[in-house]
Ligand binder design. Structure first.
Ligand code: ACO
Length: 426
């Protein structure tokens, strides 16, 4: 038996099987069970992948116990407070932080690609009024492959980078158009004189030829939210992107699947649900009643914005956003009614035994929902904002998967508990 291996004993037969232990740069050791079925004739069962590393990755590291998050080795606190979202995007894609010149060039390349083919407007037109912007966004991202079919070859590095730039540059425009169409508002084209995040807020808020006031603190807050969402290792939507990419589908299809996965309220839809839930609670007087519901085993009600699969002490992104929320509360006109309810819930949850025992701390969505609300971004756009932030991560993960020559199509096994073969009644 090698030192760096683990032995599994089948107690039924006494047979022993060795599996290698692989050491990561940092984090728990990993048992390589790729040969498990071949050697033992059995599958492993891991509901929700709580113990399974689905890939090798050099991009993002999370230590859930210590509340640590790093992109390419840089701490999230440093990136969120000292760097911009475009710096983080460049870092995720190109593995290094950009120099000033590299950042300027990158910004220019994205600006050049920020417009979308005019014919795509027919697609937006086809959606009914009040369509959810996520429905429009997921369709429009997949449709990009049809409108930009000149660069779809994933074996040509130049075409890969072209697709990456197009997706990152066009998603804010599609996102803003999705919202404007869903409300019957005239669309606003990108303003090339504005920075990435400022331009998005402008496309969301402006009227043709009209003046729109964008406070620097608003742009800064949204930029921070984007940076904090830029990657989060193998979360549900990134896993969806990787699974689709493993079939050799192009990134438009993969990213569109990521949008779908992120839509759910247990994932990117949580920040919208936070605000909807606060509105439903309605008054500080009702908080205790809803806390009791959240704690009741027989009640499916959950406090939105609390708990995390990986962070079990605190979410470092939530810590940064909590500070940002407090700063914005002083400078912007925040809905103090919702804030009062949120503050009471936060206070109770941080001290109540039920939440403390289960490590249910406020997560990033609790604070991002409140901040986006303060930025007057409509609730139905919250998940879209999450998509805009997460897109560079999805693209970096897609590129990494493509670079790994031993990459396999994702094809999990199952624990079949259905009927045995049945005899048809003739
Ligand atoms: N409110 C009340 N109880 C909760 C909550 C909550 N928000 N979250 C978990 N619990 C309880 C569960 O009932 C369970 O209790 P039990 O041990 O008595 O059975 C225990 O805490 C563990 O819960 P799990 O669902 O097993 O934890 P898991 O790690 O699988 O789920 C999740 C994490 C999905 C985030 C969950 O905490 C949740 O639903 N939170 C609310 C939704 C939310 O805020 N999602 C955003 C996640 S962050 C992101 O996607 C960026």
């Amino acid at each position: 038996m090698a030192n760096n291996s683990i032995t599994v004993i089948d107690n039924r037969t006494g047979n022993k099987f060795d599996f290698p232990i692989v050491q990561p740069t940092i984090g728990p050791d990993v048992v390589d069970i790729s040969s498990f079925y071949k050697n033992t004739g059995m599958f492993t069962f891991d509901r929700g992948f709580t113990s399974t590393a689905s890939c090798r990755s050099n991009i993002t590291y999370i230590d859930g116990g210590a509340g640590k998050l790093m992109y390419r080795g840089y701490d999230i606190g440093y990136l969120a407070t000292k760097k911009t979202f475009l710096d983080a995007t460049y870092l995720l894609l190109h593995k290094e932080l950009p120099t000033k010149e590299q950042l300027d060039n990158f910004n220019l390349e994205l600006k050049k690609r920020s417009f979308i083919n005019e014919s795509m407007k027919k697609l937006f037109d086809a959606f009914p009024d009040n369509a959810h912007p996520m429905a429009i966004l997921s369709s429009a991202v997949a449709a990009l492959s049809a409108f930009y079919s000149d660069s779809l070859d994933m074996d040509t590095p130049e075409e890969v980078i072209e697709m990456a730039h197009r997706i990152i540059a066009k998603i804010p425009t599609i996102a803003a158009f999705s919202y404007r169409y869903s409300k019957g508002l005239p669309v606003i084209y990108p303003d090339l004189d504005k920075g990435f995040t400022e331009n998005f807020l402008y496309m969301l808020r402006a009227y043709p030829h009209g003046y729109v006031e964008l406070k620097p603190i608003e742009v800064e807050a949204l930029d921070t939210i984007f940076t904090l969402h830029a990657d989060h290792e193998q979360n549900a939507s990134t896993t969806a992107v990787r699974v689709v990419a493993s079939t050799q589908a192009h990134p438009y299809a993969a990213v569109s699947s990521g949008v779908g996965a992120l839509w759910g309220r247990a994932h990117g839809g949580a920040n919208e649900s936070v605000i909807r839930q606060l509105e439903m609670i309605g008054s500080v007087d009702n908080v205790d009643k809803f806390i009791a519901k959240a704690k009741d085993k027989n009640d499916p009600f959950r406090l939105m914005g609390f708990g995390h699969r990986v962070y079990k002490n605190f979410d470092p992104r939530a810590t940064i956003l909590k500070e940002l929320r407090d700063k914005l509360t002083d400078e912007l006109d925040i809905d103090s009614h919702l804030l009062e309810i949120a503050n009471k819930i936060e206070k109770i949850a941080l001290s109540d035994e039920y939440f403390v025992k289960r490590h249910l701390y406020p997560n990033i969505d609790f604070y991002s929902g409140l901040i986006l609300n303060a930025l007057r971004i409509p609730k139905e756009m919250f998940a879209v904002i999450f998509v805009m932030g997460r897109t560079p991560g999805w693209i970096a993960q897609w590129v990494e998967l493509k670079e790994q020559k031993d990459m396999k199509i994702a094809r999990p096994r199952q624990l079949y508990l259905g009927p045995l073969e049945r005899t048809p009644k003739s």
